[in-house]
Design a protein around this ligand. Structure first.
Ligand code: ATP
Ligand SMILES: Nc1ccn([C@H]2C[C@H](O)[C@@H](COP(=O)(O)O)O2)c(=O)n1
Length: 695
């Protein structure tokens, strides 16, 4: 997951590949609660691993459920939940329990109903935004039954206090009325909780107003059925929970992949996928069909948002599907503008707003008032952020019209504020396909953790950037100048990949020495041939493996540095390592440190820095570094070694160390690491178009 302050997505061109989606949030949290209320153990496979499911899991543990995560590396998203059989343990019922539910509406609403009927003392709270999300209609419905629920802050909103009521005092004879036109989660909450008290008699719920988001109720009813509870549905207006209802664990259940998450990849396929070509054996090219394949959910899904497929088709996407997969190709292009009632796909409809940026006219999305009470006011948020990109947007009380930027020049480079809303972040990543070739900045990218922590990684695995658009920051300089330290910090700040090119020469030197090959010009081709056979793996924290062996320490000795310097003077070796270095240039970007990053390997890099420090300072720093690792050394010896290394690296015939003409010089002799990093980041930021566009 990208936990950086922002993520810059370079201009993207095409998409092609297979994406495994995470489990559905709606199904995950419903199944968790139903398993918790059942007796016995339910094994849940493919549970979504996200913020919202984590808060639910924590809450269930607090309620006395046993929660065990599978330790099988192939099934880490399988959980064994042992339920409470519809009853709180007496000790728990007697004390007050505080539950923190983050911003998870799918936890707050159903738990409120279940806890109000289970008979304990609870305080339920969440993040500030959760305390702005209405819950009054659910509380009103529960109070009709006689439940004791108080508001601890604003009337109609969490936080809440729940107190126990004796079962005999619950008024179950008259139908309970709940509003259905604000959020279907209130009805879902009642449907999931009322079987707790529908023991001797039927309990009836009547819906006041037109029920929105019926597909979510469909999911609830389907899952209740899997847990042994059959509810009579009369025209989506009256629901009867039958007497004698009892939660029965299905023992094993699989969570479908998230249909709302699929919408971003369906859009990706519709916007980006196209015919491509690849070289053939005859020396010509063969045309290839570029498709995006989404695994884990198919057109027969029980999730309402699967109907996004119809909406995307209406806009021009070419989609085929199987039992648990969807395949998307670009169909009509530009996309077709639509005028659509989106009441049935409230979450996925946000993706249509992003697709509208690529349509041939004005798209109108209607009946989306529910957007206003989600993680943020999504109607306002989408309008503001779409305008930043150059779209013309009209924001109504319950609709949005979007007219794409008039032409290539009308697109603007935008820094997208994401309002701690995962869907805003994921939708706007699609703007990176803009015809102007502009990058898009997504602020606070970790907000996707709510439903899809690996979203950007999944996206980057399926897309191709506009050639040359994946940015590279080159940091070259003499030994021990701080290149590696600064490069790693800059990469971490930006969420970029890191290339320690010196390590490649160090590994080559070590491999040659171990193979008994002398490091000299005569044996250059033998060493170059060795490179082709080396299996190198870079891990976290500078870990390096050669043919499976951890050589992280072995390549950091001064001797290994000297051998690296010797081997790097051989042109055949340098040539043999070029492709390996180019391969590091991957989305979303790269920070590369070495001697010839800016001069030879990435000569067109948008930022080059030549980092240096006096020989005395460098020897001092290297000395400290070695002593800390327990490696004995003297400053005088180290200084002599590094000056010898500098001299060889600067004076060799091929790719000698020198500053690229267009490099910024940074002498950090009298500068701490933080200031050096800040300076590089400031140069980088000045190269970005975002601030200028919004100033
Ligand atoms: N500005 C600085 N102030 C103080 N110490 C620093 C500074 N920059 C780097 N260092 C320290 O100097 C040592 C050498 O830095 P680093 O390993 O990053 O250099 P390098 O240029 O990558 O070296 P090499 O070329 O040998 O790989 C490290 O211990 C690092 O923490
Ligand atoms: N791009 C590069 C990187 C490194 N080398 C050589 C020269 C160095 O002395 C040696 C070890 O590098 P270090 O790990 O100390 O950065 O590798 C090079 O020629 N070109």
């Amino acid at each position: 997951m990208f936990s950086t302050a922002f993520l810059d997505i370079p201009a993207l061109q095409s998409a092609h590949g297979e994406v495994q989606l995470p489990g559905s949030k709606s199904i995950s949290n419903r199944v968790l609660l139903l398993a918790a209320l059942s007796s016995g153990t339910t094994t849940i496979h493919d549970l979504l691993d996200s913020d919202d499911t984590q808060v639910m899991l924590r809450a269930l543990e607090q309620l006395g459920c046993a929660v065990v995560r599978s330790t099988d590396p192939a099934h880490l998203n399988s959980y064994h939940i042992t339920g409470i059989a519809g009853q709180l343990a007496p000790a728990l019922a007697a004390r007050s329990t505080a539950l923190f539910l983050g911003n998870a509406g799918t936890a707050m609403r159903p738990l409120t109903a279940a806890l109000a009927l289970l008979g304990g003392h609870f305080e339920m709270s969440g993040v500030p935004r959760m305390h702005e999300r209405p819950i009054g209609d659910l509380v009103d419905a529960l109070r009709q039954l006689g439940c004791k629920i108080d508001y601890l802050g604003n009337e109609g909103f969490p936080p809440l206090r729940i107190q126990p009521v004796a079962a005999a005092q619950l008024q179950l004879n008259a139908p309970i009325t709940v509003r259905g036109d604000v959020s279907s989660q209130f009805l879902t909450a009642l449907l999931m909780a009322l079987p707790l008290v529908a023991k001797q008699q039927d309990v009836v719920i009547e819906v006041a107003g037109e029920l929105i988001s019926k597909p979510y109720i469909h999911i609830t009813l389907e899952l209740l059925k899997r847990f042994g509870i059959d509810i009579h549905n009369e025209q989506w207006q009256r629901f009867t929970v039958r007497a004698g209802s009892r939660y029965q664990s299905p023992h094993e259940i699989h969570v479908e992949a998230d249909a709302s998450s699929a919408s971003y990849f369906i859009a990706l396929g519709a916007i980006a996928a196209s015919k491509g070509s690849k070289p053939n054996a005859q020396g010509g090219t063969t045309s290839v069909d570029r498709v995006v394949k989404v695994m884990g959910v198919g057109a027969q899904s029980i999730q309402g948002d699967i109907r996004f497929v119809e909406a995307a088709r209406a806009m021009g996407a070419a989609i085929t599907s199987g039992p648990n997969w969807l395949e998307i190709r670009r169909g009509t292009w530009p996309l077709q503008a639509i005028d659509m009632d989106c009441n049935h796909i409230p979450d996925a409809a946000m993706t249509l707003a992003a697709m509208a940026l690529y349509a041939n006219g004005t798209t109108t999305l209607r009946n989306i008032a529910s957007w206003r009470v989600k993680e943020t006011d999504r109607l306002a948020a989408m309008a503001i952020e779409l305008r930043k990109l150059g779209a013309v947007v009209e924001e109504g009380a319950d609709y949005l019209t979007i007219t794409p930027p008039a032409n290539r020049e009308a697109w603007k480079p935008a820094s997208i504020h994401t309002y701690d809303d995962h869907r805003v972040a994921m939708c706007f990543s699609l703007a990176a396909f803009n015809p102007a070739g502009l990058p898009v900045r997504i602020e606070d990218p970790k907000c996707v953790a709510k439903t899809f922590p690996g979203y950007f990684e999944a996206m980057f695995s399926a897309v191709r950037a506009v050639p040359g658009s994946v940015p590279v920051i080159c940091i070259d300089g003499p030994t021990a100048s701080g290149k590696g330290t600064v490069a790693a910090a800059v990469a971490e700040h930006l969420g970029y990949h890191l290339l320690d090119s010196g390590a490649l020469y160090r590994i080559t030197g070590l491999a040659a020495t171990r193979a008994g090959i002398p490091i000299d010009a005569e044996h250059a081709s033998q060493i170059a041939a060795l490179i082709a056979q080396m299996d190198i793996q870079f891990g976290a924290d500078q870990q390096v493996r050669l043919d499976g062996e951890d050589i992280s320490l072995a390549i950091r000795s001064e001797e290994a540095g000297m051998n690296a310097s010797l081997v790097s003077a051989l042109p055949a070796v340098r040539q043999a390592l070029v492709q390996a270095q180019h391969d590091f240039r991957q989305l979303p970007g790269l920070v590369a440190d070495g001697r010839d990053m800016g001069t030879v390997i990435f000569p067109l890099a948008p930022l080059k820095v030549y980092l240096t420090a006096s020989a005395a300072k460098r020897a001092e720093r290297r000395h400290k570094q070695l002593i800390e690792k327990g490696i004995p050394a003297t400053i005088a010896d180290l200084r002599a070694d590094l000056e010898a290394r500098d001299s060889r690296d600067m004076n060799r015939a091929t790719a000698p160390l020198h500053a690229a003409q267009d490099a910024f010089l940074l002498d950090n002799s009298e500068m701490g690491v933080d200031n050096a990093v800040a300076q590089v980041l400031s140069w980088w930021e000045k190269r970005q178009p975002f601030g200028k566009a919004q100033a």
